[in-house]
Design a protein around this ligand. Structure first.
Ligand SMILES: NCc1[nH]cc(CCC(=O)O)c1CC(=O)O
Length: 304
């Protein structure tokens, strides 16, 4: 029997999420899988993400390997995947999404509210930096890169008072014990697709991996990612987006922040998933149009 080769980044987090997908695929289909680590520019560089080209640095090497036939499936964190479609590749599955919230890992069990003024909070994400500046202007934002363990070490060794990370990443890395606060999604919307994985294959070869698809997770993350896609031309500011499906109603909320946290724009829309052909796209179009009408396109002008 042929072995399905699954490509992944080599980081602990990526290996953990790929192993989960490999197990699920084996259990559901009876195939045998092999995991192939692929090195990406995002893993090799310690430069700030914005310097090495931001979007796509993690995904591109995996996609090249898939297109070159070096593997049959690749697993991405959906939030690291650029929204543009790649000719020849298809997302065969978005498995059931994990916790989409951000969390705080602070010293002494503290929270963003209880940290003292001037406390140093590390994050490399422009969205998280803008949210911190907007909601907790008395805290000091410290730019930060590196894997989960090295970020947590910065708190343990006293270089930082806290770091902000994705709940899902910490859970997959087995480090949820470090969490001191879960940031409520309504006040702190997270990156489009956060907490979800994307299982990508060559177009025409979707069948096997499609057993892992979880439709509500796909619809919700599609809605969030469409907002990002629709704003792209008009907005390079940090974006938080969150979708919920409840009783057939898709509710989408998005927030665009000035990088310096001085202001933000917000929009939300709801529609019944059965009322339109592509509810995710439709909801996102309304939200994006409204954000652009409010001036999302020039929000980055507020940069300090
Ligand atoms: N940008 C890096 C990245 N990509 C995906 C996750 C976490 C897992 C996820 O959101 O699915 C992380 C780490 C983080 O943001 O803390």
């Amino acid at each position: 029997m042929t072995v399905i080769r699954i490509g992944t980044r080599g980081s602990t987090l990526a290996m953990a999420q790929t192993t989960t997908v490999a197990r699920a695929l084996e259990n559901k289909t009876g195939v045998e899988t092999e995991i192939i680590p692929i090195s990406t520019q995002g893993d090799r560089s310690t430069e700030s993400l914005s310097l090495i080209g931001g979007q796509g640095v993690f995904a591109n090497a995996l996609r090249d390997a898939l297109l070159a036939g070096e593997c049959d499936i690749v697993v991405h964190s959906l939030k690291d995947l650029p929204t543009a479609e790649i000719p020849g590749l298809t997302i065969a599955a978005v498995p059931k999404r994990a916790d989409e919230r951000d969390v705080v890992c602070a010293r002494d069990g503290l929270t963003l509210e209880t940290l003292p003024a001037g406390a140093r909070v590390g994050t490399g994400s422009p969205r998280r930096q803008a949210q911190l500046r907007s909601l907790y202007p008395e805290l000091e934002v410290v730019d930060l890169r590196g894997n989960i363990d090295s970020r947590l070490d910065k708190v343990t060794d006293g270089h930082l008072d806290a770091v902000i990370l994705a709940a899902a990443g910490l859970a997959r890395a087995g480090r949820s014990d470090a969490v001191t606060e879960h940031l409520g999604i309504a006040g702190w919307p997270t990156a489009p697709g956060q907490g979800a994985l994307a299982v990508e294959v060559r177009t025409g070869e979707e069948k096997l991996a499609s057993v892992l698809d979880h439709k509500p997770s796909r619809t919700k993350t599609n809605a969030e990612r469409y907002v990002l896609a629709f704003l792209d031309a008009g907005c390079s500011a940090p974006l938080g987006a969150h979708a919920v499906i409840d009783d057939g109603l898709l509710f989408l909320d998005a927030r665009v922040y000035a990088l310096d946290g001085s202001r933000y724009l917000t929009s939300s829309h709801a529609l019944y998933v059965n009322d339109v052909e592509d509810p995710a796209r439709e909801a996102a179009q309304r939200v994006a149009d409204e954000l652009l009408a409010q001036g999302a396109g020039d929000l980055t002008g507020a940069r300090a």
